[in-house]
Write a protein that binds this ligand. Sequence first.
Ligand code: FE2
Ligand code: FE2
Length: 178
Amino acid sequence: MSDRQLTLFSKTVIQLMSEGQLHVMHRYIQHGSITTLDHSLMVAYYSWRLNRRFRLKADEISLIRGALLHDYFLYDWHVSEKWHRFHGFRHPTFALVNARQDYQLNKIEEEIIKKHMWPLTVIPPTCREAWIVNVMDTFSSIVEVMMEYRIFAGLKRKWYERLDEAIFKYIKENIIEA
Ligand SMILES: [Fe+2]
Ligand SMILES: [Fe+2]
């Protein structure tokens, strides 16, 4: 893939994927038939777009990296196991512990991961990047659940279609077919 084809978004995703275990999230389902990797890509992509569209002045690379890692808990939350009971409340901490092990995180990226489930996790976000991901995570989760219904097939196409093509290509070549 030539450098010219890649946007800042694709470059950041590919870089992050080459460093840690982001690809493992492809094994787990988040909502309906959407994997945790797809979900995180959508949250990252739409957070990035929202920031540009409304000129929210977020640090773009931290925003994309934090969003990609916000659900880096690396297990199937549908399988009931004692150690990850109360998943909704606890998974931001699991994600943060795993992400710290595999990546060098800055303060913004840590805050994004920690606060993405607010208000479930009582203390509100303290930076704009964490607010953006908090909002986009909620919004994307609703869309992902709706997409499961045939009546919203158009919505599914649209929501996916807008994702960066370079990323799809990269995932197909390096993760699914590898
Ligand atoms: Fe989450
Ligand atoms: Fe999420």
